[in-house]
Write a protein that binds this ligand. Structure first.
Ligand code: ADP
Length: 639
């Protein structure tokens, strides 16, 4: 987005079909084309008019002419010595006279008595000399003026056709949106977290700065690097930072810009792009979403256009002279679908992983974006970073912005911690849906469901503490939710922790069953999540006794949705289902037991939530302790 804006500000940069050089060349071509075409039209017209004049003349012999004269069939003659002919005007009634045809005969200068014979026959006699001197005006009027007129019309027509990639522009010529930034203004400081990725590209910066240093020693320079990672992790930002650090121009376009309906267009765009880049070397060329053209060619659904474009890209990458200092960076979140030929040495031989940020990374990203926003002193970005596990850089940038907007809405001049937490909720669960009012019964069910989750979380020591519970509906479809904040970021999960997570997820449904004796649709999301965790435990983590350490699933599209694909026989798949079912059943039972044992805190907490709609972690723990305390006491008394 930023990219496009900056170019809109500077229309010269947005070449939309090539840099200045290219445009000048195209212009020159159109001028020459129109010149030749106009000359052709003028000369064809003059030739055609001569031909037409010829077709209206008819020559007769001199003796025929004398016969006509003597028979009195002519009314006048005109001698034209310079054209060596005598033009005849017949008496209409006497000859087969066609008024569209001019009759003439050759001029015979030795017939000196012709004039006298005419006088005797009473025929008008005239002699004319046409002025043979050609004036400049004649030339202008008969050749230059028509030529200029036709030329101008042609130029206008040509411009109209090629404007905005019109008919002629769209076929064959590159009108892909190449965004060129002379200076991106982005540096490594703007890219927070991604330390390993930055380290990998630092070398590229040095190479762009001083290619000679590498070529002198005989080192082959890298031609391209592939940035791999989930969407929003800062791949584009990193590519821009490389250009910014090296202070070289940044060409960027998306893989899908190459591919068009017409076969061959993409290939010509690739050629064009490389030509442009070479004319501005050293520079960075950034191709976003390269999987749009770089998909493996052996897939069953071949596409001529895409394959040609890919072939062209491969040959251009082989062909260009890397010592000039051109680096091609490409981004993708589906590296596994890319054609192997793209990844071999000499092309995108480096793979730089730009993964989701860890706790430290998130904190740094928050700091980078918080720099430009007025924050209250009490703001603790670390707490926000802790609460946003699994979130990518673009979401974090968005959260800071949402918080600032929220503060303005509330009439504050600085952003507070509450604004930040609210914006985390907005990004994760959507905005509060004020117009959706839950009925009393529904509200009660949602409250028990959410308290069920939270209470089991608190009871299972291994689960994370609760930050906040709310039953205000949100725009992303949730009717209520429990926000959990881990005390620290974890990279490993033990089997016990995963089982605790399953119990927590199924506790919402368990609470509904326990209190209302029936169930609702509200648990669908919990069931989905719990099932996928249980399935992963069986098929990927080797946590089921039945299958032991057998890997039964592999992950596809790791950087997108991480879809698991089964790799086993149908019978095994059926057994996996049984195993998963059993895990879920045990967890559900456990959740029910835990809630039944803690019915009093469950009722008290739900009553509070129904009344207030939101309950903080502190309030929750206080009510829980009080209720649990009374239970302990009453137990003691009974004893
Ligand atoms: P991608 O190309 O991986 O989809 P982008 O580079 O377009 O992601 O990131 C989008 C925005 O998210 C950036 O403009 C930036 O504001 C923010 N962002 C993402 N990652 C980071 C990061 N590591 N540091 C700072 N900002 C980031």
């Amino acid at each position: 987005m930023e990219n496009q804006n900056s170019n809109q500000n500077n229309p010269d940069n947005n070449t939309g079909g090539g840099p200045d050089n290219n445009r000048r060349r195209n212009n020159r071509f159109s001028w020459i084309f129109c010149l030749v075409a106009a000359l052709f039209v003028v000369f064809s017209f003059s030739y055609m008019s001569k031909q037409m004049e010829q077709s209206t003349l008819r020559e007769i012999t001199y003796s025929e002419f004398i016969d006509l004269l003597e028979q009195g069939k002519l009314s006048a003659i005109e001698v034209q010595p310079d054209k060596e002919r005598i033009v005849l005007t017949p008496v209409t009634a006497s000859v087969d006279y066609n008024s569209n045809i001019t009759y003439y005969t050759g001029y015979f200068p030795y017939d000196t008595g012709l004039q006298q014979r005419c006088e005797e026959a009473g025929i008008k006699y005239a002699a004319t000399y046409t002025d043979k001197t050609v004036t400049i005006l004649d030339i202008i009027l008969s050749y230059v003026l028509p030529f200029v007129l036709i030329y101008v019309v042609m130029i206008l027509l040509f411009r109209m056709l090629t404007k905005n990639g019109g008919m002629m522009g769209s076929v064959g010529k590159s009108n892909a949106k190449v965004y060129v930034e002379k200076e991106t203004g982005v540096t490594f400081k703007d890219v927070a977290g991604q330390d390993e990725a930055k380290e990998s590209v630092t070398e590229l910066v040095d190479f762009l700065h001083n290619p000679g240093k590498y070529t002198r020693i005989g080192a082959k320079l890298p031609k391209g690097a592939l940035l791999v990672g989930p969407p929003g992790t800062g791949k584009t930002l990193l590519a821009k930072a490389v250009a910014g650090e090296a202070k070289v121009p940044f060409f960027s376009l998306s893989g899908s810009d190459f591919v068009e309906m017409f076969v061959g267009v993409g290939a010509s765009r690739v050629r064009d792009l490389f030509k442009q880049a070479q004319s501005q070397a050293p520079c960075i060329v950034f191709i976003d979403e390269i999987d749009a053209i770089g998909k493996s060619r052996d897939s069953h659904y071949g596409n001529d256009e895409r394959e040609q474009t890919l072939n062209q890209l491969l040959s251009e990458m082989d062909g260009f002279d890397a010592s000039k200092g051109i680096v091609i960076l490409a981004a993708t979140n589906r590296p596994e679908v890319l054609d192997k030929a793209l990844l071999r040495p000499g092309r995108f031989d480096r793979r730089i992983i730009v993964d989701k940020p860890d706790l430290k990374g998130r904190l740094e990203i928050l700091k980078v974006h918080a720099k430009n926003v007025l924050m209250h002193d009490s703001v603790d970005l670390e707490a926000i970073a802790l609460a946003t596990s699994g979130v990518v850089g673009s979401d974090l940038a968005n959260m800071i912005n949402e918080a600032a907007i929220l503060a303005v809405k509330e009439g504050r001049t600085v952003v507070t911690q509450e604004d930040l937490f609210e914006s985390v909720e907005v990004v994760v669960a959507g905005k509060e849906k004020k117009d959706r009012i839950l009925g009393t019964e529904e509200k009660k069910i949602v409250a028990y469901h959410e308290i069920g989750h939270a209470l089991v979380t608190a009871l299972e020591k291994k689960a994370e503490p609760v930050q906040k519970i709310t039953i205000v509906p949100r725009t992303m479809g949730t009717l209520g939710y429990v926000m959990q904040v881990p005390e620290e970021e974890k990279y490993l999960m033990s089997k016990e922790e995963l089982l605790a997570r399953l119990t927590t997820l199924l506790a919402g449904r368990a609470a509904e069953e326990l209190v209302f004796g029936s169930v609702t649709t509200g648990a669908s999301n919990d069931i989905e999540k719990a099932t996928s965790i249980a399935r992963a435990m069986v098929t990927q983590y080797g946590m089921s006794e039945k299958f032991g350490l057998m890997g039964l699933e592999s992950i596809e599209d790791r950087y997108l949705d991480g879809r698991p694909v089964l790799k086993c026989a149908d019978e095994t798949a059926a057994e996996i289902d049984h195993e998963v079912m059993e895990l879920l059943r045990i967890s559900h039972e456990k959740a029910r037991e835990l809630l039944a044992e803690n019915r009093e805190p469950l009722d008290k907490l739900a009553a509070f939530l129904i009344e207030k709609e939101t309950i903080s972690g502190k309030e929750f723990m206080q009510i829980y302790r009080e209720a649990a305390g009374t239970k302990e006491e009453s137990k003691g008394e009974e004893g």
